[in-house]
Write a protein that binds this ligand. Structure first.
Ligand code: ADP
Length: 404
């Protein structure tokens, strides 16, 4: 059985999935696993395609001290115990910089280029690249593909891509990249199956998870995003503030004496829902908390989604559909209802029982704009890209050259 391994590596966890390649290039998810607690309490957990448990084991801290070690443990489990030898590996890589508008077959040169973008995504990029290097060193002929969160947004018009700073800085790469692109790409594809009549129109997708952003999609292509140069911009998130006057950063440095790394940690880890509430970065906990600051954080989150929706409607010059996705968007009927209230001016209404049931279409019969809930699947998108690149005759030649 030919399989593809998909890897999504973060600072303290490596998530992985195995897809089998079926007839006509169809992909079937077989295994979903992760090693979390890297460097603290490492644990491998995995489930089969029906959710049946396949592994749940703890490791001593020194056995899985970092991401490369976690990749090796997961790889050994797949290979030695399950006899799974993937034909290729697809990786989620947060930042493709200005260079990459499409997934790419990885070699040492590509890794070198992607290392240049570490400073643009300091919390993600180094961890995304670590397992790539491990596999490149241990299995140099195994094809690996990098799939970027920025790629879906690379066709933005210059007006959406620029900051109002001198051109030279844009040329150096200071641009509004946008993120969560693999999720948006998947949703755009799914929408054409779920609601083909609107998929070619003007669509806003709200990816509301612990990282959160929104994307304006026109005719299946991203035209605007709430995120920019880094994944700090836009909506308030679990621990990130979202849109912030750069003057605040200057103030933190000049008046509070904070170092660059202190400010970085602060902006990525201590703001957003966590900073506002002082309670938690987790939406579920905020919704059940009796603390008024938790309620304020939820109000703030909803308000900012509404505000940014207005901006995206302006970019699209209208709205034909609105889609909720990711942890909060897929699961919280309350937050969806509250956001929909903020969109009443656009003629949005919800069907309360469809919304409560997390149905696929949740707008009311009288809604001027249809509203959908579509679970995202970034891993399937990565597996599809990996297979597509693998089947590409050009890639076949490159593979042959490497083997010979
Ligand atoms: P990540 O960005 O880490 O992939 P997810 O997409 O998994 O994040 O989303 C995590 C967020 O989704 C958390 O804030 C969590 O509280 C929230 N969430 C998950 N289920 C629910 C729910 N039923 N109600 C409200 N929030 C939820």
């Amino acid at each position: 059985m030919d399989t593809i391994l998909v890897v999504n590596a973060g600072s303290s966890s490596v998530k992985f999935q195995i897809f089998s390649v079926e007839g006509e290039g169809n992909l079937q998810r077989r295994i979903k696993g992760q090693i979390d607690g890297i460097g603290s309490r490492p644990r491998l957990r995995a489930n089969g395609q029906n959710g049946d448990p396949m592994a749940d084991r703890a490791y001593p801290i020194e056995a899985v001290a970092d991401v490369p070690a976690a990749m090796s443990v997961a790889g050994a489990w797949l290979r030695d115990e399950l006899n799974i030898n993937p034909i290729a590996v697809g990786h989620r890589v947060v930042h493709g910089g200005p260079d990459y508008a499409n997934p790419v077959l990885i070699d040492h040169g590509v890794v070198g280029r992607l290392e240049r973008y570490v400073s643009l995504a300091p919390l993600h990029q180094p961890h995304n690249l670590a397992p790539i290097r491990t596999i490149l060193n241990n299995f140099p002929t195994l094809p690996q593909v990098a799939c970027f969160d920025t790629a879906f947004h690379r066709d933005h018009d210059a007006l959406a891509d620029y900051y109002a700073i001198p051109h030279q800085l844009h040329a150096e790469g200071i641009r509004r990249y946008g993120f969560h692109g693999l999720s948006y790409e998947y949703i755009a594809k799914r929408l054409s199956q779920v609601a083909s009549n609107v998929a070619g129109g003007r669509v806003i997708v709200a990816h509301l998870g612990s990282g959160a952003s929104m994307c304006a999609i026109k005719n299946g292509k991203s035209v605007e995003s709430t995120m920019g140069f880094t994944a700090l911009d836009g909506l308030a998130m679990g621990t990130r503030a979202g849109q912030l006057d750069p003057g605040v950063v200057l103030y933190l440095i000049a008046e509070k004496g904070m170092s660059v790394s202190k400010v970085q940690d602060f902006l990525y880890r201590d703001c957003g829902l966590k900073g506002l509430s002082g309670v938690s970065n987790d939406m579920r906990e905020l919704q059940t908390s009796g603390d008024p600051r938790a309620a304020f954080a939820v109000d703030y989150f909803v308000y900012r989604v509404g505000l940014h929706a207005g901006m995206l409607v302006a970019a699209l010059q209208g709205l034909d559909a609105f889609v909720f996705t990711a942890g909060i968007g897929e699961n919280s009927a309350t937050i969806r209802a509250r956001i929909a209230e903020r969109l009443t001016w656009l003629g949005v209404t919800l069907d309360a029982s469809a919304n409560a049931a997390n149905a696929s279409k949740i707008s009311g019969a009288d809604s001027r704009v249809p509203v959908f809930v579509i679970p995202t699947d970034e891993e399937l998108m990565i597996a599809q890209h990996t297979l597509t690149l693998l089947m590409n005759p050009k890639t076949q030649n490159q593979k042959r050259e490497r083997v010979s």
